[in-house]
Design a protein around this ligand. Structure first.
Ligand code: ADP
Ligand code: ZN
Length: 216
C-alpha cells in the first residue's frame, strides 16, 4: 500500500473532497495547508493574520512560512500511519524542501496523485462551492446540494462561501497554479512518482479508482 501521498491539481479539482474520503478509508492523516491557514485566520493567531493578507486575494502564502508549518506537522507521531498532503507542495521550493524533510524524518513520498480537470468546470465548481464552517464538508449550490439550504448534512453547521471563491481571486489562484504549481507535475513525473486521474469522473468513481490504486 502507498501511504505517504501528495494530492495535486488546480483549485476546484476536488483534492479536499477526495482527501476526506481517502482518509477515512485508508486511515491516513489529512494535512491541508489551506485548512490550516483558515483555522489560523479564524483563531486570529499571528500565522492567521499573516496568511489572511495573501489568501483572500488568491495569492500564495510565502514559502518559508508554509514550509515551516508543514515540517512541524509532518514530524508529529500520528503521521507515522501515513499522510495525505492536500495543497502542498505548490511551488518548486516547497517540493524541494519536502524532499529534504521527508528524507530527514524517514517518511518518503510514495506517490503524487494528480487530478486533471478542465478550466470551465473548475470555474463552475468554485463559483458554486459552499463549505461547512464547522466541519469543512464541501457542497455545491447546484450539483451537491445539502438536504436543507445553508445547513451541513453531516454536523448541522452553517454553510458559507470562502472569501477567495470569487471570480477575481479565482483568476489569481489559477494563474499561480499555471505558473508555480503546474511545473511540479514534471518534477514528480521525472521521479516516477506521478499518477494522474480524471476529476470529471465524479466523486464516487474517482474515489474508487484512486483508493484501489493506493491499496496496490
Ligand atoms: P484551493 O486548492 O481550492 O485553492 P486551498 O484550501 O488548498 O484551496 O488553499 C487556499 C489558499 O491557501 C491558497 O489560495 C493559498 O493562498 C493558501 N495556501 C494553501 N496551501 C498553500 C501552499 N502550499 N503554499 C502557499 N499558499 C498556500
Ligand atoms: Zn459540517
Amino acid at each position: 500500500m502507498k501511504k505517504n501521498i501528495i494530492l495535486m491539481g488546480p483549485p476546484g479539482a476536488g483534492k479536499g473532497t477526495l482527501a476526506k474520503q481517502l482518509k477515512d478509508e485508508l486511515h491516513l492523516v489529512h494535512i491541508s495547508t489551506g485548512d490550516m491557514f483558515r483555522d489560523a485566520i479564524q483563531a486570529q493567531t499571528e500565522l492567521g493574520k499573516l496568511a489572511q493578507k495573501y489568501i483572500n486575494d488568491g495569492h500564495l502564502v510565502p514559502d518559508e512560512v508554509t514550509i515551516g508549518l508543514v515540517k512541524e506537522r509532518l514530524s508529529q507521531p500520528d503521521c507515522e500511519a501515513g499522510f495525505l498532503l492536500d495543497g502542498f507542495p505548490r511551488t518548486t521550493a516547497q517540493a524541494e524542501a519536502l524532499e529534504k524533510i521527508s528524507r530527514e524524518i524517514s517518511r518518503e513520498i510514495d506517490v503524487a496523485i494528480n487530478l486533471d480537470c478542465d478550466h470551465q468546470e473548475l470555474v463552475r465548481r468554485i463559483s458554486g462551492r459552499r463549505v461547512c464552517k464547522n466541519c469543512g464538508a464541501p457542497y455545491h449550490i447546484e450539483s451537491m446540494k445539502p438536504k436543507q439550504d445553508g445547513v451541513c448534512d453531516l454536523c448541522g453547521g452553517p454553510l458559507y462561501q470562502r472569501k477567495d471563491d470569487n471570480e477575481e481571486a479565482l483568476k489569481v489562484r489559477l494563474e499561480h497554479y499555471d505558473s508555480e504549481t503546474k511545473p511540479l507535475l514534471e518534477f514528480y513525473s521525472k521521479r516516477g512518482l506521478l499518477e494522474s486521474f480524471n476529476s470529471l469522473l465524479g466523486k464516487e468513481q474517482l474515489f474508487d479508482e484512486v483508493s484501489s490504486f493506493l491499496k496496490k
